[in-house]
Design a protein around this ligand. Structure first.
Ligand code: GAP
Length: 478
């Protein structure tokens, strides 16, 4: 078997081009020239995302007894973001091109020039830019480094004054902190417990880039886990291993996932400890997820900001405390990009590379549980009505039986010749293709009601009885 960790990484061009070609991801507003930092999901992309979300929800919510779902509004009272510190402090360092007025991330320009910006102040960055003689990408002089707030500001209602200001949430976390008391009062969970939410967040990134890596509209899967302060380290460690387990669920090789202990001065304003989970993307090792110890920062800040007491009364010990928070945070798009990077494979089928008859192909080695299409059903020839009719019957049977186990993703495909169908299904990562041929119809008596089942990764085909098909696919998906 090939060692996954040693296969060459695909380039971003390889991934972007496959995503467009096969209907996974398109540039947002493409026919109008696009809108930077936004991407739209096509049919297979939508299913891939849903599968990622469902897997996450299953592991972190459904399989546990201490987690409660939340779906809060994206628009929130502006005081939420004042109290949380985002109005004052959710910013990136920015420099402006003196001539074109285009803005750039100062830390990115410095890093590209080989400067380690960790813990550097704004003044320090300005000085380093001058010392290195860094110019804008257009070759012009740059101004001083200053902070740029990344929240998208809007007005709610007909008036446009300070009182109607609202923000598109920059993280889903806020919606969970403001609903903490609602859950405590309605469900009465015992500490420790968590709130979990999947939803959109928005950041006016100065420099969106690297396809779906740095976005202006993104989706997060987040947990705010409330603990007695004395237990925070134990809980932090347990989520640390759960996060690694999730990266394995989605098929990332452990050798491609790294931890970075975020240094003092580089952490978000609310965090006392953060571990970034980094992944080997085609453009380098970059943040995939974050695990933060937010202390009682948020509940205390919202108690102060709202005037509503967000402490917790422990009925057993008859004591009152403000819980501390452990926050595992996952970006959906960074997950999708990591999966695409890990799964993208090029090989040669049919014979040894270079030999006659060798056939180069690209395939996505998705773990079956996240593959958008689990099984594709083909008639061998599309102009033979008996084959098409039988293939349609097999497809309907498979679709229905899989659905009865909560599994979706059976597809009927009779487009082009069989070779083209295999290539297409390989490129969308379909683990199994089933072909209905004349033997299925009984041309060879003892092969009646058997089909050809092709394995995506090996290209090998086996004959399997129709009544064993559903179980075969189900067993591979778990
Ligand atoms: N509530 C904590 C929080 O929002 P963060 O490190 O700013 O922490 C968490 O974001 C995760 O959200 C990141 O690890 C990443 O997966 C994703 N993320 C953050 N900013 C992003 C962006 N501009 N584009 C895509 N994903 C992003």
């Amino acid at each position: 078997m090939t060692d996954k960790t040693s296969t060459p990484r695909p380039s971003m061009e390889d991934i972007i081009s496959l995503c467009k070609r096969r209907g996974f991801i398109f540039q947002g507003s493409e026919i109008y020239g696009g809108l930077a930092g936004t991407w739209d999901y096509g049919p297979f992309g939508v299913t891939l995302r849903n599968n990622v979300r469902n897997l996450w929800w299953k592991r972190f919510v459904e399989d546990r007894e201490d987690m409660y779902g939340i779906d809060a509004a994206i628009l929130m009272n502006q005081n939420v973001w004042k109290a949380s510190g985002h109005v004052a402090g959710f910013s990136d360092p920015l420099v402006e091109d003196a001539k074109t007025k285009k803005r750039y991330r100062a830390d990115h320009l410095l890093e590209e020039a080989g400067v380690d910006v960790k813990g550097m102040s704004l003044a320090g960055m300005s000085a380093a830019m001058k010392e290195k003689g860094i110019k804008s990408p257009d070759g012009n002089a740059l101004g001083e480094v200053r902070q740029f707030n990344m929240m998208f500001k809007t007005n709610v209602g007909a008036t446009e004054d300070e009182t109607s200001v609202s923000y598109l949430r920059p993280e889903t976390a806020g919606g969970m902190f403001v609903n903490y008391k609602n859950v405590v009062d309605s469900i009465h969970p015992k500490l420790p417990f968590g709130l979990a939410q999947i939803g959109k967040a928005f950041r006016n990134e100065i420099a969106p880039r690297d396809f779906i890596f740095r976005l202006r509209e993104l989706e997060q899967m987040e947990i705010e886990y409330f603990v007695d302060p004395k237990d925070w380290e134990k809980v932090f460690e347990s989520f640390r291993s759960e996060m690694h387990a999730f990266t394995k669920d989605i098929g990332l090789a452990p050798a491609h996932v790294h931890e970075l202990e975020v240094a003092d001065g580089d952490r978000a304003h609310y965090s006392k400890r953060t571990i970034d989970f980094e992944f080997d993307y085609p453009f380098g090792k970059k943040e995939l997820y974050g695990l933060a110890y937010r202390t009682d920062f948020d509940l205390s800040a919202h108690t102060k900001g709202s005037g509503v007491d967000l402490s917790y009364f422990d009925e057993e010990t008859k004591t009152r405390l403000t819980p501390h928070v452990i926050e595992p945070s996952f970006g959906v798009e960074r997950t999708v990009l990591a999966i695409l990077t890990e799964s993208y494979t090029e090989d040669t089928l049919g014979s040894e590379a270079g030999a006659e008859g060798a056939e180069k192909r690209i395939y996505l080695k998705f773990p079956p549980r996240i593959a958008p299409v689990k099984v594709a059903v083909f008639p061998l020839l599309k102009n033979k009505p008996q084959l098409v009719e039988k293939a349609r019957d097999v497809f309907s049977m498979l679709k229905k039986e899989l659905a009865s186990h909560g599994v979706y993703g059976a597809m009927f495909d009779d487009n082009g010749n069989i070779g083209k169908r295999y290539r297409r299904q390989d490129e969308i990562g379909t683990p199994f293709c089933v072909t209905i041929d004349f033997d299925t119809l009984g041309e060879t008596a003892d092969l009646k009601d058997t089909v050809t089942l092709r394995n995506r990764d090996t290209g090998e085909q086996q004959r399997i009885a129709l009544d064993a098909l559903t179980d075969y696919v189900l067993n591979a998906i778990v």
